[in-house]
Design a protein around this ligand. Sequence first.
Ligand SMILES: Cc1cc2nc3c(=O)[nH]c(=O)nc-3n(C[C@H](O)[C@H](O)[C@H](O)COP(=O)(O)OP(=O)(O)OC[C@H]3O[C@@H](n4cnc5c(N)ncnc54)[C@H](O)[C@@H]3O)c2cc1C
Length: 381
Amino acid sequence: MNPVLPDDLLLLQRSVRQFVDAALAPLAKQVEERDEIPRSAIDAMAEAGLFGVGHPEGWGGQGFGKLGYCVAVEQLARVNASFWNIVGGSSGLCGTAIAVGGPDEVRRRYLPQLLSARKIGAYALSEPGAGSDAGSLRTAARRDRDDYVISGAKTFITNAPIADLFVIFANAAPDKGSKGITAFVVERAAPGLEIGPNDEKMGLHGSTTAQLFFNDMRVPATQRVGDEGDGFKIALATLDFGRLGLAAHSVGAAQRLLEASVEHARTRAQFGKPIAANQGIQWLIADAATEIHAARLMVYDAASRADRGERITQRAAMTKLFATETLGRVADAAVQIHGGMGYMRELWIERAYRDARIARIYEGTSEIQRLVIAAGLLADA
Ligand SMILES: Cc1cc2nc3c(=O)[nH]c(=O)nc-3n(C[C@H](O)[C@H](O)[C@H](O)COP(=O)(O)OP(=O)(O)OC[C@H]3O[C@@H](n4cnc5c(N)ncnc54)[C@H](O)[C@@H]3O)c2cc1C
């Protein structure tokens, strides 16, 4: 009996776990080797409801809320980080930006397609000169009658090579600083949109990433998300939820690494006994289990608060910081416990170790999460 989750979410947890084991686990190695998630796997994830799990039923989602989303993501993270990354970039970030910003006409036009994965989305905030300091972005939007004309570039955009639509952020009033930032939905066919080649990355093979170039790209004003100048607020509110998803992903990935480490420690014998008999190994396992438990409770707490309508900026930052740092420590311990085999491509541990590294960087680095947490604490000082 899980003391924290209600029965419907325990059922969701079990069904996603079964789906992941049956449909995705057999593809994990292929995805890594070919650097591609087959369309059939995307369709299967959509069929299982994974693109819409956290969004309201009225927009085509499953209605399980943020807690349900986190419960599902935790299970999805167990086999290959890229499966979650495509969901997180599409309905997670792109879909949430549209849901948060509106208006209803834009929500109606795009959310049902995103939440069923008939269209894949991407969220384009980062630029070559504006990563951690996203508010200083330079992409410019100029109003021209019923259109905006957008020029600039975005970098490291998850799903860009395969996405059908993008939520992009551009400044429509640079004299107002980040208060001039405005969000738009851009379709792949937009005149003036150019998409760079798939980036070569350390890990997350299967999840595609690319640059975007806007060459006087024309976007109808009806494609604006929220009001002019609301873009940065929409970007940050979206990241609160994105960070929760990434934290849930980190918990699931760390849990799987812990289970493999326990199994290996029990079965690998050296000096005439299982390596698990050594206190040095036991401590690695005990620390990993303790931190994962704490991270999971942080995720459930922050997600439940979000579902109750609380603002979770600080808690999402704490949760993302702790869960992703936990994943980093657990992945390192897992390689150590597996010894030389942990370093070999033959075993998935090596891939999980590389995949884990990005969690402390994207959606705000660990340093930026600390700034967000401190800003909340010091705001009244
Ligand atoms: C695989 C991948 C996928 C991504 N997907 C997306 C996506 O879909 N959409 C999107 O918009 N972006 C995406 N990003 C971009 C990602 O969010 C940024 O890389 C991240 O925010 C960091 O920005 P940066 O790389 O410019 O690093 P920088 O901002 O240049 O930071 C470099 C270092 O300086 C530190 N630093 C910076 N400022 C401070 C400070 N004030 N105090 C202390 N330390 C500081 C940082 O913590 C970091 O360690 C992705 C990146 C990667 C690698």
